[in-house]
Unconditional design. Structure first.
Length: 201
């Protein structure tokens, strides 16, 4: 068997050293690459987070802008209908009479009570105090649908926010000779006429 010469050991040692250096460089390179990948992922995450925050801010700004537009429009509607400001009971009575004639209803009777302030949480942070005037209303419709149509029209046209607290329908005993078909029902309703006035200190 032939032996390995000293020079062969030297050459092997040099090759082994080169191999170990290459392995060390590969490990170091892999570590650096992994760090670069982690840094890139963190950068992408930070960018995505920043984009979401910007999108959320834009969404909030748009929502706030929409809220203000709707509030201004609602304020203008309330002001045009006379809901903002002092109460106008004479106007309410005229509106009742006009609508009852328009809907061919008879037997209109009403009793309007004194106004009272509603709790502050009725219109929170609005700067206005809500006032409610109770009304007892009696009217004689021909059928239930006629009463509902009348109340819907009153809500739409009244110069106040109208709240129907309750309505009781009963068979009418009073004759209706001038109506065809005759009114067979009598409605007794409790309403609230609500207006908004500026809060007093």
């Amino acid at each position: 068997m032939s032996g390995i010469a000293l020079d062969d050991f030297r050459r092997l040692g040099g090759d082994l050293l080169l191999f170990l250096v290459l392995v060390a460089l590969a490990v170091t390179g892999a570590g650096l690459m992994a760090d670069s990948v982690r840094q890139a992922k963190r950068a992408l995450t930070a960018t995505a987070t920043a984009q979401r925050e910007i999108a959320d801010k834009v969404s909030r700004i748009r929502e706030e802008e929409l809220w203000w537009r709707e509030s201004i429009a609602r304020f203008q509607q309330l002001s045009a209908r006379g809901i903002l400001g002092r109460e106008r009971p004479l106007d309410w009575v005229e509106e009742l009479r006009a609508l009852s004639q328009e809907h061919s209803l008879i037997g209109l009777e009403y009793e309007l009570g004194p106004p009272h302030a509603l709790p502050d949480d009725a219109f929170p942070a609005s700067g206005y105090q809500a006032l409610s005037s109770p009304m007892k209303l009696r009217i004689r419709p021909r059928h239930e649908g006629e009463l509902l149509d009348f109340l819907d029209a009153l809500r739409d046209q009244a110069s106040a926010l109208l709240r129907v607290r309750r309505c009781v329908l009963e068979r009418s005993r009073a004759p209706t000779p001038d109506q065809t078909p005759p009114a067979t029902l009598e409605a007794n309703c409790e309403l609230e006429w609500i207006t908004l006035g500026e809060k007093r200190p």
